[in-house]
Write a protein that binds this ligand. Structure first.
Ligand code: NIG
Ligand code: FE
Length: 423
């Protein structure tokens, strides 16, 4: 083994490794057993992967004489895995601050949507925006997420609805992936709303017969990489049958399924996700007992989005029931013009206070389980040797400060490290 490494983090007060036996996800019992190591050190190699995590004295001894490009003395500080945001809509033009006032005054999400606002408002503005404008605002948003500790983020299209704008959005995400430090998992979400003037059946056919083949072609040519497919399965948007047809077509071309379901109305979306072996269903404020059981059995993760229930004053998703029944619970910010939140620490805080997760559960949901929801938990989501060296060093003597403090995390997070580089 080479004797030269990228980064040596030494003498951390605590490191929370999340899991340590190559688990792909954690359910409730596993989350209880998350271990905190006191007085430890970590080493990341030139390939960006973790080479050692363990007691400071034995690592110091084992690696004596080694050469490090960079050394961080983390005395008095804590190390946690980089946070993973499993659900965002970060590519758009035209904010909706005016709608926030309407919603505060009592207008529902669907009332605003059906009156031509909501997603439709953002679609109008996003269609007009140039690729460079969208890339500029996306870069600012992803940078803000990174500063709040997100090292890997799922990014959806879905404010174009017609082919050209959907491709423009995916190209913007692709350019961000190639130029920014933050990791990106990209999602085609052309079925985010039914375009004005089209029926659900027409929109579904358009996606299956026109959008997806074009995407496939661009992916084969190496122009685009798309990881996941998403549909907004909701009363008045895409019904269960059209959702199934679109997701099936996506899966047939190799995309991972990760879709919006059971948010405002019970739709049996959780059962559909389980049937299709989806990696994840997001939202689930209105999931049924059968849906919970089906997801647990199929190992389809639940991506819970505390900002949505909070801002729309919806019932909270039944996180405790899901955990008790063995569902793999993950978290996402749902960053979008409705829920303008770039901070996963804030999301974990809301999940603890409003959904009654423990802090261990929230951290596992925002790391290893979010990695699972994106199909990357072999390489991401915990501080295990062989995984990517993505982590945070926080300026506090107990890791829980990352959740306990709310707001102002940029002061708390001393270093964000991706592949062993300080970013
Ligand atoms: O996850 N529910 C559908 N999609 C988003 C909202 C998108 C928007 O309102 O622009 C969500 O909350
Ligand atoms: Fe969403």
């Amino acid at each position: 083994m080479s004797n030269s490494f990228r980064l040596y983090i030494k003498n951390a007060k605590q490191a929370i490794v999340v899991c340590n036996n190559g688990e792909k996800f954690l359910t409730k019992e596993g989350m209880k057993n998350m271990s905190v190591m006191e007085d430890c050190s970590l080493i990341i190699g030139k390939d960006g992967l973790l080479k050692a995590v363990g007691p400071a004295d034995s690592i110091g001894f084992q690696f004596r004489g080694a050469v490090f490009e960079k050394v961080i003395d983390a005395s008095g500080m804590c190390v946690v895995p980089g946070l993973i945001d499993a659900h965002t809509h970060p590519v758009w033009a035209g904010d909706r601050v005016h709608e926030f006032a309407l919603k505060l005054a009592g207008a529902s999400y669907m009332a605003v949507h059906q009156a031509g606002g909501g997603i439709h408002y953002t679609v109008t503005h996003t269609r007009r925006a140039s690729l460079d404008q969208l890339l500029h605002s996306l870069t600012q948003r992803l940078t803000r997420m990174l500063r709040s500790g997100t090292t890997l983020v799922e990014c959806k299209s879905g404010y174009g609805l017609e082919l050209d704008t959907e491709l423009k959005m995916l190209m913007v995400i692709e350019k961000a992936r190639q130029t920014l430090d933050i990791g990106i998992s990209s999602t085609y979400c052309g079925a985010h709303a039914v375009p004005k003037g089209k029926t659900v059946a027409e929109a579904t056919e358009d996606i299956i017969k026109v959008h997806l083949p074009k995407l496939k072609e661009k992916m084969a040519q190496g122009e685009l990489r798309v990881d996941n497919i998403d549909v907004f399965c909701e009363k008045g948007v895409f019904d269960l049958d059209s959702t199934e047809a679109i997701l099936q077509a996506g899966t047939d071309m190799g995309l991972q399924i990760n879709f919006h379901g059971d948010e405002l109305h019970p739709m049996n979306a959780a059962q559909l996700g389980a049937k299709l072996n989806a990696l994840a269903v997001s939202h689930l404020e209105e999931v049924s007992d059968d849906g919970i059981a089906a997801m647990a059995k199929a190992k389809t993760s639940a991506v819970l989005l505390p900002t949505t229930a909070y801002i729309l004053r919806l019932p909270q998703p039944r996180a405790r029931d899901m955990l008790d029944r063995g569902v793999i619970v993950a978290l996402g910010s749902d960053f979008n013009p409705n829920a303008y939140c770039c901070s996963m620490p804030m999301v974990m805080h809301l999940a603890c206070v409003n959904m009654r997760l423990t802090m261990n559960e929230a951290l596992a949901a925002a790391t290893i389980n979010a990695a699972y929801a994106l199909g990357v938990s072999r390489s991401h989501g915990s501080l295990e040797v062989g995984k990517q060296g993505d982590l945070l060093i926080i300026n506090s003597s107990r890791w829980e400060h990352l959740i306990y403090q709310f707001g102002g995390h940029q002061e708390l997070i001393k270093y964000v490290i991706i592949k062993g580089n300080i970013v």
